[in-house]
Design a binder for this molecule. Sequence first.
Ligand code: GLP
Length: 245
Amino acid sequence: MTLDIEICSGTEAAGQQVAARIAALIRDKPDAVIGVATGSSPEPVYRALARYTDDGLDASGVRWFALDEYIGLPPGHPQSYRAVLERVLIRPLGLHPTSLHVPDGGAADPDEAAEAYEAAIAVAGVDLQILGIGENGHIGFNEPGTPFSATTHRATLTESTRRANARFFPSTNAVPVECLTQGLATIMRAGRIELVASGSHKADAVAAAVRGPVTEQCPASILQRHPDVRVNLDTDAAVAVYESS
Ligand code: GLP
């Protein structure tokens, strides 16, 4: 088993721990390529990382690649993942927006945009990928049933994911139906993976991902096949991992 599970006292502690490893990577390799997730889970990581840059860590040579983006939001929409990542990561770290790469959810041809993004990531080579996990075991926007072989592609959000993300929009109906997402094969090419999850609502998905069968019905279970994954959990998210072991 290659998954390393770390239980933290809370989300801030988990964020600090992951940020410390990212800071070490950046010191070691100032032009590192880092894959970044949206959602609430990674935000403590970005907050902790901003404290490192405040204290002198130079992250200006890093290139950041987002996992996914909604299709169809107007340019500059505050919930587009480009806008979110500029708000929670790029500006707090004092970085230039051109260091952030996000799939083009406004492209006239989303399939072409997916292909271009996949090519850009393949050339860059992600050193470390930060992941959250959905309640149904999705990573990025790879919903249950997505082939493990998928590269960056256009996808449809499940109703449960749209409901989960409705907290960022006026209503569930306002949540886009489609997105562009790195595929599972894209994510698996990252050199290292740091997954963060917190809260009891994630406990079943986390247990299925780390202890269940490796199946396309639980997209995150593919991580069991990756050689270098750390799963950072708070005690609530870790509950079912213990029950099922
Ligand atoms: C969205 C994102 C995922 C993220 C998931 C969980 O669907 N596309 O990358 O992991 O939400 O988000 P949260 O951490 O807010 O629960």
